[in-house]
Design a protein around this ligand. Structure first.
Ligand code: RIB
Length: 298
């Protein structure tokens, strides 16, 4: 069984489905409201577990009602919770999400996620040493992201850095990642580059191999030489929240099959994930991904 360790955020997503986005000072009537588990770290952990991996999550929740619900939902997905801190003096992270026309707007309040520490990563060392891949994103303190990259590198375990939400990072950190997985906008920010520069030239200038996501257009990947394109799959988009998380999880789970196959499966899993509401709502199981791909090539 593939073993994955995720270091990242855990949020309760407060999702409003609306006919359109509101402007400043405006009030409109929404269509539906739901409270669902989310957070980039938790989403990636759940997506990897549904794809058949043995998954542990390093993160933090508050000692509140959301924290208890988040813990229960992760346990139900069979994610190992032994490295999740429950902080008595903090709220759990939340994300206020509006979904309109398949697009989303998100405001994250990190709360407990802002207190995921490098020490927690060090405590998970034996787990990380046995992992096939580690996933880390940027909704937790940057010092913890750095600790994860350094530990993975020291132990020879591939770390996939999903630089979301994006910030410029030191080149030597990026060199520690086995793959960096931004979208086009995030890659420009990460490298401190002109946002109008062609993404293929940015990929070639990046100090580490890049797998770049392009929504419905699929993904581009590059280890050396020219970037290679993997087409996206045509599906009806209900909610794109969590598509990137599903992509990253699948990339990590299928990495041992080679990069090209892993990216193809990651595009398929991400496509399936957008067909239902909620970040974790559409995340597929392994059989769904296999059946979907068989249908595409058949
Ligand atoms: O990537 C989607 C996630 O971003 C949401 O679940 C939300 O919690 C934010 O962290």
């Amino acid at each position: 069984m593939t073993r994955i360790v995720v270091v990242g955020s855990i949020n309760m997503d407060l999702v409003t489905q609306a006919p359109r986005f509101v402007g400043p000072g405006e009030t409109i009537l929404g269509e539906r409201f739901l409270t669902v588990p989310g957070g980039k770290g938790a989403n990636q952990a759940v997506a990897a577990a549904r794809l058949g991996a043995e998954v542990a999550l390093v993160g933090a929740i508050g000692d509140d009602a959301f924290g208890r619900q988040l813990r229960e939902s992760l346990a139900a997905e069979k994610v190992d919770l032994s490295h999740i801190a429950q902080l008595a003096d903090s709220a759990s992270g939340t994300a206020s999400i509006t979904v309109a026309g398949g697009e989303n707007q998100i405001i994250v309040v990190p709360a407990a996620n802002a207190r995921v520490t490098p020490a927690q990563v060090e405590h998970a060392q034996s787990l990380i040493a046995r992992a096939d891949a580690v996933l880390v994103q940027m909704e937790i303190p940057l010092e913890t992201v750095e600790a994860t990259l350094r530990l993975g590198h020291r132990l020879g375990v591939p770390v996939i850095l999903n630089p979301a939400p994006a910030q410029k990072l030191p080149v030597d950190w990026l060199q520690l990642a086995r793959y960096v997985t931004p979208n086009q906008h995030e890659l420009a920010i990460l490298l401190g580059a002109d946002p109008d520069e062609d993404f293929r030239s940015l990929m070639q200038r990046a100090p580490s191999p890049v797998v770049l996501t392009r929504g419905g257009d699929g993904a581009w990947y590059r280890e050396q030489g020219e970037p290679i394109h993997q087409s996206g799959f045509n599906v009806e988009v209900v909610d794109s929240t969590g598509a990137g998380d599903t992509f990253n999880a699948a990339l990590a789970v299928f990495l041992h099959e080679g990069l090209a196959d892993a990216v193809r499966k990651a595009c398929a899993a991400a496509a399936l994930s957008v067909t239902r509401l909620g970040a974790q709502g559409g995340m597929p199981g392994l059989h769904e991904v296999d059946a979907f791909l068989a249908q595409q090539s058949g």
